[in-house]
Design a protein around this ligand. Sequence first.
Ligand SMILES: O=C(O)c1ccccc1NCC(=O)[C@H](O)[C@H](O)COP(=O)(O)O
Length: 262
Amino acid sequence: MSILATILESKRKEVAERKSRISIHALEKTGFFARNCHSLSMSLTQPASTGIIAEFKRKSPSKGVINDRLTVKEVTQAYASAGAACLSVLTDTPFFGGTDQDFEEARRANPHTPMLRKDFMVDEYQIVEAKAMGADVILLIAAALSPQEIKKLGSLARSLGMETLLEVHDEEELSRSLGDYISVVGVNNRNLKNFAEQNVEASKRLAEKIPATCIKVSESCISGPSIIQELRGYGYKGFLIGESFMKTDAPGKALLDFLNQD
Ligand SMILES: O=C(O)c1ccccc1NCC(=O)[C@H](O)[C@H](O)COP(=O)(O)O
């Protein structure tokens, strides 16, 4: 079984258990549910935007423990001060070591910065949860969902005022997953089935296939500022980066250094 299939199997069980504990009605009454969302699209297209979606990531299936020494508050505040256009916070616990509390802490510490709830969305319940924890953006992974599921989850996100980052790895996933509920398309350079690629060739390959109406984001395996310059030439406006920053003792400073070399 691929790692993605393993994660999805575990996620479905987790969501069923969560649903039995807290109702959607209760989620809709929580503090952040009623807040107005920030726009990722606007943040990425502002002339002075750094385009960096900086991720808080303790561990991953491909790399094991990356950094479990720092708090989500210190890292995300440092990212925001360094100029991140958006913060990505993982909420998956078994595979990435993240929690919903991480997300909520980051939200409280960074009220003005767009935030992506990074998880494996398989059910409408998680979209409502995302809104309740203060998310502005959700991730939908084409390799994990049917076109009908993407439409249902993306439309719900939009109806709650959130944006969807649609993640694709190839042309087939892209062409079957687009719809007017998708404004931002992310090309994941990491092949989630076998972790084979560790470069940004997928982003280059797919750049011209992404409709001009969608904002392009390159995800994963971005190791230096020269790669960003190159990807900007392919029309990319957003760059989702976790490990390059998180593997250092000061991820915010790593982002700053990254931008100063740009
Ligand atoms: O990072 C992994 O090993 C991974 C494994 C299976 C599914 C998803 C995975 N990563 C999720 C991501 O999208 C990345 O955390 C994100 O794009 C940042 O990537 P990086 O800069 O390479 O840490």
